[in-house]
Design a protein. Structure first.
Length: 252
């Protein structure tokens, strides 16, 4: 039975879903599944997907008809609330609870939601989380406070540089340097300076890329997995450079 939705429109729909998933921190396998399931739910008989670190593409077929399209996906963040919304949207589409028009409106609503919390709130919460790590490492109250302040300052600098399109190696180096230097200058106020120093740069650890990189390797997406691991390695190297410079200045 021929789909009552044109193949170009099905392709646009599927790529929009894939783009949202890719930019929200989904692994390659998960993004590919979302594209395939969306296209098939709308009537495509066959779907082929290609995903790189910055691009997604798909070819959909029905009989002798075939459509191919690509989209640029330059930014990769983490928004698990959006991924959850996409999954629920897809389930509703597959169960015929959404017609194509309502499905498009629902997808546009998901895409227009705020991607991130306010930057000031993220900055404060990141500082508090690093302070909590200092507590887990056995730090005293002074160490927790110093770590919280230093990490908050480092996160604020990270946001400043990211918004001005500096590369990960640059903002990782600068943010780790400032956070550790701040904590190091105040280390004499705490009896557990090591805990404060160790926890002050944890906000820069690239957790999502590392997890997705491992997931990609386990699912056979070796190129994307290595790209994510390489990006993570660049950030970790930047952290190491910033920490080394700060420790040298502090004479530790």
């Amino acid at each position: 039975m021929k789909p009552n939705y044109p193949l170009p429109k099905i392709l646009t729909f599927a790529l929009q879903v894939g783009l949202l998933a890719h930019q929200s921190g989904a692994s390659t396998h998960r993004t590919s599944l979302l594209i395939q399931r969306t296209a098939k739910a709308l009537g495509a008989a066959r779907v082929e997907v290609i995903i790189s670190s910055t691009n997604i593409g798909a070819t959909i077929e029905w009989g002798d008809e075939r459509e191919t399209g690509f989209r640029k996906a330059p930014h990769m963040g983490a928004n698990f609330a959006l991924l959850t919304s996409l999954n629920q949207w897809l389930v509703d589409l597959e169960q015929d609870e959404l017609d194509p028009v309502r499905a498009q409106l629902a997808l546009d609503t998901i895409a227009q939601r705020a991607i991130h919390y306010p930057r000031w709130l993220i900055t404060v919460l990141v500082g508090l989380s690093c302070g909590a790590f200092a507590a887990l490492f056995g730090g005293d109250v002074a160490a927790i406070l110093i770590t919280t302040l230093g990490s908050t300052l480092g996160m604020a600098l990270r946001f400043y540089l990211v918004l001005r399109h500096f590369k990960p190696s640059v903002f990782a180096t600068a943010a780790s340097f400032v956070a550790l230097l701040f904590v190091g200058v105040l280390r004499h106020f705490t009896a557990t300076p090591d805990a404060a120093l160790a926890a002050s740069v944890l906000f820069l650890i690239p957790g999502v890329p590392l997890i997705n990189g491992a997931a990609d390797l386990l699912n056979g997406n070796y190129l994307n997995g290595m790209v994510r691991f390489t990006m993570s390695a660049v950030i970790v190297f930047g952290i190491a450079v910033g920490v080394s410079l700060a420790l040298r200045i502090l004479g530790i």
